[in-house]
Design a protein around this ligand. Structure first.
Ligand code: GDP
Length: 179
């Protein structure tokens, strides 16, 4: 089955987003404690695709050695990604583009791994500020890439963006069935 991987810095809101997308609160537990999602979890959605929950990267408070373990997991996953259609890189809309996220996107691009961006926690910013932060990302990405990847603006607490993400995934799945 096709797979869609979700990844981002710890505390970006990944568990909350996965809960929103799956609408099954028991599946991916949210935690107030950052860095808790440590293993790779697969969720079967609609019996026709897998949502892959990858460990959070770059959390400042984890030790260097556990960062290495995370990186190893992540690189191993992407090395074997036979079923992977697209990775969703989550970034917190409140922050200006962060080097660690940009480096990760760069790495995906260099390895030929398609990705989209999911901006999280949109309820925390005014629309104008959201627009500005998205523009900042676009500007930086266009310095390296010819086009901006697909992106989604979401809020798990206000239930924003759920259908956009799910429709996008369904569309890709349908395309693959046609080919
Ligand atoms: P993870 O570490 O990336 O899995 O992040 P979590 O889903 O556990 O969320 C980290 C923190 O951000 C928690 O305190 C959540 O309540 C909060 N959070 C997550 N998503 C949202 C959102 O869309 N809006 C707001 N306001 N807070 C959020």
């Amino acid at each position: 089955l096709p797979e869609y991987a979700f990844i981002g810095r710890s505390n970006v809101g990944k568990s909350s987003l996965i809960n929103m997308l799956t609408s099954r609160k028991s599946l991916a537990k949210t935690s107030g404690r950052p860095g808790k999602t440590q293993l790779i979890n697969h969720f079967l959605i609609n019996k026709n695709w897998h949502l892959v929950d990858l460990p959070g990267y770059g959390y400042a408070r984890v030790s260097k050695s556990s960062k290495k373990v995370f990186q190893k997991f992540i690189t191993q996953y992407f090395g074997l990604r036979e079923q992977l259609v697209t990775a969703f890189v989550l970034v917190d809309i409140r922050h200006k583009p962060q080097p660690i996220d940009l480096e990760f996107m760069q790495w995906l691009g260099e390895n030929g791994i398609p990705f989209s961006i999911i901006f999280t926690k949109a309820d925390k910013l005014r629309p104008k500020a959201i627009e500005n932060h998205v523009e900042d990302y676009k500007t930086i990405l266009l310095e390296t890439w010819e086009e901006v990847p697909n992106y989604f603006i979401t809020s798990s607490s206000k239930d924003i963006g759920r259908d956009d993400v799910l429709k996008y995934i369904d569309g890709l799945n349908e395309n693959m069935e046609l080919n």
